[in-house]
Every structure is written in C-alpha cells, then in structure tokens.
Design a protein around this ligand. Structure first.
Ligand SMILES: *Cc1c(COP(=O)(O)O)cnc(C)c1O
Length: 396
C-alpha cells in the first residue's frame, strides 16, 4: 500500500492531506483496501453512495446504458435525461432542472439564474447575494464567493462581487444585510462541511417570508443534505419551506459525477434562456440512466422511511457516546447526517477508528461527521458505535 501512496504523492497535486489507505473495492456498506482489510463506511464518499456499494440493479442499469449510448450533447434530446428530469422535478416539487457535473457547478448555475432574474426586473448589474457564515458551496470561483470560510477565499481574491454574509439561524443578521439590491439568499438547509448545523424551522420560515415580501430568491443548497439524507427527500420538505432555486449533487448520481439546479416555473420564465448557460457533459444519457435508477430504487425501497428509522437510532446511540465522554460537547444533525462536536481536534480519534476498520470524516477541526450509506441497518450502527467507543477510550 505504501508504494501506491508514494506514487500518488509524486503525481497528484497535493490539495488533500489523505488518509494513509488505498481503497480497492467495496460491497454494501463496506470498503476494502488493497490488502483485503474490511472497513465499515460511515462517510459514503462524502454522502455520495446513498444506496451502498455494488447495488446490482444500479450497476446493471449503468452497464446497459454504456452499451447503448453514453454521451450525445445538449444540442440533442436523450430519453434517460428526460426521465431523470421528470423524477427529480417531481421529488423536488420544482418545475425545471439543469444538469451539471458537480455540486459547485450547480451553485454556479443557481447564482447565474438569480442574477439574471434580478437583471430582467430592473436592468441593473449591481445585485447582491446574502450567504451564511460557515457555509460551504464548493471550490469554483462563484461557489467559493458564497462560501462562509474566509481562509478558503483569502488567497483567491477578488471573489465575485456583492456578496454579504449573515449568521445561520439568526434572522436579524440576515435582515441587517438586506438592501434594495439583494437578489438572492443562499444557504444549506443543513450546513455540512461547516459543522452539521441544521437550519431551524423558525429561521427558514422567516427567511422564506422575507424573500416572498421582497421578491428575493431563496436558494437552498441541498448538495449534501438532500436526496433522503435527513429522512426527507430534501431537507426543506420537513418544514414545507420550498426554495425558488435548489442545488443537488453528491447522492443524486450515487456514484456518477452529476449535479443539478432546479427552479420554479416563475424563475424559469424570467431567468436563463438559450445561450445563457451550458455544459458539454451535463445530463448526458449515462448520468441520466443513473439518476433515473436512483429515484426508482429510492421509491421502491422507501429509503426516506428507512432513514427516519435508522437515523433516530443513530441519534440515540450517538447521544449515549456523547454523554459518556467529557471531550464531546454535543451531538447535532438530522437523520443520517450527524456530527459529534468535540472540545478538541478529532483527527486522532478518526485515525484510531480507521486503524480499527471504521471510516469516519471530520467537519472542521473539532467535529466528527457521520454520513453513512442510507441503507445501513441498526446492526451497522451498533458495529460503528463499538469501534467509535474504543477510539474515544483510546484517545481520552
Ligand atoms: C460538496 C458540496 C458542494 C460542492 O460539491 P462538489 O460536487 O464537490 O463540487 C456544494 N454544496 C454543498 C452543501 C456541499 O456539501
């Protein structure tokens, strides 16, 4: 394994401090390294492999599509993209979709749609967007501009202009940033990288009401918290606070690189038109087949219902661990998107867990993040908790 790691470090740009492991194959909720060692996966490729690894129906659908046609271009129609768009818009209670290749690109499209909508209203080009502190929306320049971690932005200034930041779950701080130039408010319904912080129902509803009053577009980024992760297909559906624009990616393709931004008919009617936006790969037949199959399996296996049950179990088991160790401040999250907020850095605990065959990831320095495949069982939770307990004990 060390040889492979050395090779990687000689050719890849070093933008990640990687864990010292090479994963080779996977099955169900487990990963296997090149030595054949098994690891229980509570990261699922950062919330991607919702259906677990090697789902036969999913794999077969992709193989069949490869043999038929993988790519055309957005200048032509293809049926897999149409069925994917139908399934996604229905699940999202939104009317129009544009497929991208990643979450960051979905955010780029959402920003462009919001700016165009405002431009169509008054012809001005100085509109403002309000984003939230501790948010994460991706690494491209537009997405980075609305990401609420100053150190991610610092060296890459100037960002795109007219972005203001407010505090999550603090409606007055949002209100204080609103001007007559505000065209959109962008936020994650549950903040992911920034610390697994769910928006409160009260905050979401107040922001929605403010947006309605001032014709500001509410953009909800559901790239991490969407696709059943919280026990609802999209996290905002728990509260009935429908966004005007929504971004999705990660579990949308459950393994193939795809994202999307969606919008209401009202926004679609007055924003992006032919020539305004595009993508070579976006929504090609291959990813269309993947998305279509993902939604089919979600429905057939009632993934959201399953997440509500096993998510409640994960919460209660993590609460027990949180009560047991002084170094844990609290647990927070929703469904199968959970965080243990610690008083100290968690890298040592995550490394101990990895050596014991459990894959975990951090969110910031002090938070352990849990993003298992959505198909885990209570027995998988028990197995995870046992190793987590040992890892805390070893680092206490
Ligand atoms: C991961 C993530 C993104 C960026 O997605 P990429 O596919 O990595 O570009 C955007 N928003 C949120 C909330 C994310 O978690």
């Amino acid at each position: 394994m060390q040889n492979i790691i050395n090779e990687a470090e000689s050719v890849l740009l070093h933008t990640y401090n990687r864990f010292q492991v090479v994963f080779d194959h996977a099955d169900g909720v487990c990963l296997y390294d090149t030595n054949g060692k098994e690891y229980l996966d509570f990261v699922s490729g950062i919330g991607v492999f919702a259906l677990g690894y090697n789902n036969k129906e999913y794999n077969d659908a992709l193989k069949a599509q490869i043999d038929k046609i993988m790519h055309t271009s957005n200048y032509y129609y293809n049926e897999p993209a149409i069925s994917a768009a139908k399934a996604l818009t229905k699940a999202a209670q939104l009317d129009r979709v544009f497929f991208t290749n990643s979450g960051a690109e979905a955010v780029e499209g959402a920003i462009k749609a919001a700016r165009k909508y405002a431009y169509n209203k008054d012809g001005n080009t100085d509109h403002e967007i309000i984003a939230l502190e501790h948010s994460f929306h991706g690494r491209t320049m537009g997405a980075l501009s609305v990401t609420g971690t100053p150190k991610y932005r610092e060296a890459f200034q100037p960002m795109i202009g007219n972005i203001k930041f407010a505090e999550m779950n603090d409606f007055d701080s949002v209100l204080s940033q609103v001007t007559d130039k505000t065209c959109a408010i962008i936020m994650e319904t549950v903040q992911g990288e920034g610390g697994i912080t769910p928006a409160t129902e009260e905050f979401l509803k107040k922001v929605r009401a403010l947006c309605d009053e001032k014709d500001i577009l509410l953009i909800l980024d559901e790239v991490q918290c969407g696709m059943g992760r919280t026990g609802y297909m999209f996290a905002w559906q728990k509260f009935g606070v429908r966004p005007d624009i929504m971004t999705v990616a990660k579990a949308l393709g459950s393994g193939v690189p795809v994202g999307a931004f969606l919008m209401t008919q009202k926004v679609a009617d007055s924003s992006l038109v032919a020539g305004d936006h595009g993508s070579t790969y976006g929504g090609n037949p291959f990813v269309g087949a993947a998305i279509t199959k993902v939604f089919e399996i979600f429905e057939k296996e009632d993934i959201c219902g399953h997440v509500q049950k096993v998510g409640a179990y994960l919460e209660s088991e993590l609460d027990k661990i949180a009560a047991k160790y002084d170094m844990i401040e609290l647990r927070r999250g929703a469904g199968l998107m959970q965080g243990l907020v610690c008083k100290e850095p968690v890298a040592a605990i995550i490394n101990t867990a990895l050596s014991k065959g459990l894959v975990l990831i951090n969110a910031g320095t002090n938070i352990i993040r849990f993003l298992p495949p959505l198909v885990i069982t209570e027995a998988d939770v028990d197995r995870m908790i046992k190793i987590l307990d040992e890892a805390f004990a070893a680092n206490a």
